[in-house]
Design a protein around this ligand. Structure first.
Ligand code: FMN
Length: 124
């Protein structure tokens, strides 16, 4: 399944590099209106200020993107306590899609393994 992600400080991009998937798509913060046209999982970092992740919402509401969104993976920092992966949670609620995994920063080898398992489960 295709991987689509957003990043502000580069942690999510570093995680995606570790996944070694073919042709991941990074949502453009300036020009988010891009149609993916195939099923995908979204990996999204969390920011307490929703303005920071607004391009992700714009991307999802564009064309057929929300229809092709199969699952959401939250990236965040557990120090944010109840706000951990808040952006992923808000998008999951808005678009009625499942959160299939959560991790911190750029992810550990175990996160990479768990991500792959979660995507396989989604595909089965
Ligand atoms: C200003 C700021 C606000 C943040 N707010 C949250 C938050 O509400 N919840 C959370 O889980 N992580 C929060 N984080 C942590 C980031 O989501 C985390 O560092 C993530 O790995 C960043 O990914 P990125 O580099 O791909 O943007 C925040 C980080 C910053 C700098």
């Amino acid at each position: 399944m295709k991987v689509v992600y957003f990043t502000v400080t580069g942690q999510t991009r570093r995680f995606v590099k570790k996944l070694a998937v073919s042709d991941p798509y990074e949502i453009d913060g300036i020009d988010p209106e891009h149609e993916v046209n195939e099923p995908f999982v979204l990996i999204v970092p969390s920011y307490s200020d929703p303005a920071i992740t607004e391009p992700v919402d714009e991307f999802l509401s564009y064309g057929t993107n929300s229809k092709n969104l199969k699952g959401i993976v939250g990236n965040g920092n557990r120090n944010f306590a109840e706000l951990f992966i808040i952006t992923a949670k808000e998008l999951a609620h808005k678009y009625q899609k499942p959160i299939i995994y959560a991790f911190e920063f750029n992810g550990t080898p175990r996160d990479v393994e768990n991500f792959r398992k979660a995507v396989k489960k989604l595909e089965s």
